[in-house]
Write a protein that binds this ligand. Structure first.
Ligand code: NAI
Length: 284
């Protein structure tokens, strides 16, 4: 099976980036969200990213036009009917993803692969909501998608080797380096990363030091390009809380229990850059 057409579900920070790298790789791409305002918001970010590349001389104006020309906006899941691959990048909530996957399973052609960009939810459980569990896989891009080189590929219990190979090839075509892992809560990436971010949030909660100090220590002392608090605001505090809860439930180990401060920020709607305020304030 050759992938020609890809549908990306969700036009938020991850979905928009995935649609961009898909179109850049030459795939016909459908960018879906629940309403046209959200789709257009996602497309505007892609347009801005491409314009930046043009001004830096990384792409020509013709390239930019061709990439944008390959992305079709959509608010109809029925548009999955002629797609070979669907990549889901909606909120990190199992019940919502379950609904979307069972609908996609009915609409997408029998040969189509259904991938999830979930940060932590079990691929095996998502796959079980469909009648094609062997064609369901985790395709975990990193944020910001057009920049970051990695795709963590998660093989569910039923995912076939053939499906894995196709997704590995598509990831390479999108300019990424695929690295696979088994389907465990948090996979490899978030099992390591979120424990660090959560620990920084515990430090903040305990008043050990302000966020700037925590970030500076990790940047200047450990050579991290971003501190854990800055990175938390980039990822989204709601997403981080969901991931920690999945790992806390999945392993039953208290080392994953979310900091009370993280819960409070989420309750306040302080979700990070995407809402203008998180650990830091971006509204100034
Ligand atoms: P986001 O909040 O920026 O975007 C989510 C998008 O999904 C929104 O545009 C929303 O309208 C849309 N959506 C919500 N319900 C929907 C539905 N029923 N059907 C279609 N669209 C729906 O979230 P973000 O950060 O893009 O995360 C998306 C997924 O990617 C999550 O599973 C998250 O865990 C994962 N992820 C996030 C990373 C990050 O750094 N933020 C990194 C890697 C994975």
């Amino acid at each position: 099976m050759t992938i020609k057409k890809i549908m990306v579900i969700g036009a938020g920070q991850m979905g928009g980036g995935i649609a961009q790298v898909s179109a850049q790789a030459g795939y016909d791409t459908v960018q879906y969200d629940i309403n046209m305002d959200l789709v257009n918001k996602g497309l505007a970010v892609i347009e801005k990213n491409l314009s930046r590349d043009v001004s830096k001389g990384k792409k020509s104006k013709e390239d930019k036009a061709a990439i944008l020309g390959r992305i079709k906006p959509s608010v109809k899941l029925e548009d999955a009917a002629d797609c070979d691959l669907v990549v889901e990048a909606i909120v990190e909530n199992f019940d919502i993803k379950k609904q979307v996957f069972s609908q996609l399973d009915q609409i997408a052609p029998a040969h189509a692969i259904l991938a999830s960009n979930t940060s932590s939810l079990p691929i095996t459980q998502i796959a079980a909501t469909t009648k094609r569990p062997e064609k369901v896989i985790g395709m975990h891009f990193m944020n910001p998608v057009p920049v970051m080189k990695l795709v963590e590929i998660i093989r569910g219990l039923a995912t076939t080797d053939e499906v894995y190979k196709i997704i590995e090839e598509a990831s390479i075509k999108m300019g990424k380096t695929p690295v696979w892992c088994k389907d465990v809560p948090g996979f490899i990436s978030n099992r390591v990363l979120q424990v660090m971010i959560n620990e920084a949030l515990w430090e903040l909660y305990e008043g050990v030091a302000p966020a700037e100090n925590i970030d500076n220590i990790m940047k200047l002392g450990m050579n991290h390009p971003m501190g854990p608090c800055e990175l938390a605001d980039l990822i989204g505090l709601d997403t981080i809380l969901s991931i920690l809860n999945v790992m806390y439930d999945g392993y039953g180990d208290p080392k994953y229990r979310p900091s009370p401060l993280l819960k409070q920020y989420v309750q306040a709607g302080w979700l990070g850059r995407k809402t203008g305020k998180g650990i830091y304030d971006y509204r100034k």
